[in-house]
Design a protein around this ligand. Sequence first.
Ligand SMILES: Cc1ncc(COP(=O)(O)O)c(C=O)c1O
Ligand SMILES: Nc1ccccc1C(=O)C[C@H](N)C(=O)O
Length: 398
Amino acid sequence: MSESYEEKAARLDAADGLAGHRAKFALDEETVYLDGNSLGALPAHVPARMADVIAREWGELRIRSWDESGWWTAPERIGDRIAPIVGAAPGQIVVGDSTSVNVFKAVVAAARLNGDDRDEILVDATTFPTDGYIAQSAARMTGHTVVACDPAGMAAAVSDRTALALVNHVDYRTGRLQDLPGLTAALHAAGALAVWDLCHSAGALPVGLDEHGVDLAVGCTYKYLNGGPGSPAYLYVAERHQAAFDSPLPGWNSHADPFGMTPGYEAASGALRGRVGTPDILSMLALEAALDVWDGVAVEDVRAKSLALTDFFLECVEAYVPEGRVTSVTPGAHGERGSQVALRCADAPAVMAELIKRGVVGDLRRPDILRFGFTPLYVGFADAERAARTLAEVLRQA
Ligand SMILES: Cc1ncc(COP(=O)(O)O)c(C=O)c1O
Ligand SMILES: Nc1ccccc1C(=O)C[C@H](N)C(=O)O
């Protein structure tokens, strides 16, 4: 007799080298959590660390903690913790502000780095909306024109008028992975800069920022990096651009001598030019603690498991779900897939509401997308099987 999907899931879970990491997270066995691409789960040790930050570092040490507890240097220190996860050498990432704010810094800074005789900014037409809104406003300020462009056509659209392109590494809706190496090379060949939004790829797959010569990048930390709701985002400024990086938000935290408190601005050196004002220490230190779950984890192993999970989920969906009820809009090819599966489905809002009631937590992207995110550090193959089986049950009863 051939192996059932439940048996196959058990076999894959037993052979999974990352399976032990699930115990590091606060998760309950009743829930299949497939929404880590919106809000990552809580690493179980973070509450105790935060209790100490609040009671001792804030409560007892108070102002001394800016030095003694390392608060002041947290943005660059935590940037260096994120760096290996996205393939960056130290000294190029600074943590702080939201992704939206970092998109603004990156787009304006790239336009200033490369905008003198170039008047266009290419923006991923399928982008998560905030990037597009911010790029439009940034372009109004720098005197550039935004040209919306599907990433698939971007290499052909780039010209000697292009100052930069802003692209999402993984599409938040479809889960499509864009060709970061190829597109970055094509942009450079035309003299344009590449600014990547890594929200849906960092922590899920190798990014290779340095290896592929990316110029600037931004990303959030509350998805696959599990930093917590609204945890600060990050900005990557490739070392070769740091000396000329001209921030549009040159707050005192990015000054060469912030406590000199002089009227004249002089930018600090390095990535900390990307800092703005006082960091949100509580969120930042929760993120720092959350990054401990990455100790000893290779992002290549995370990627291998992510692909195996999404393959297996698609296989179970195909086997269980009545013909014609869902269509995957996520590419089948591994090289084109992030770490989620998006299924087009009639009546998707009601279907997702019912799935959540039955303990399978995914996301709805209106009007008709069921989105399932797979975080390899805490999602297993049995979760994928149960999610597909529950989806089939819901659709049969609908
Ligand atoms: C690709 C992408 N960019 C940006 C954001 C959000 O930016 P912010 O952290 O500023 O809300 C998200 C999701 O929230 C996203 O998926
Ligand atoms: N930050 C959030 C706050 C509330 C609800 C969702 C989000 C998301 O992150 C959405 C995500 N960017 C997405 O790709 O759908």
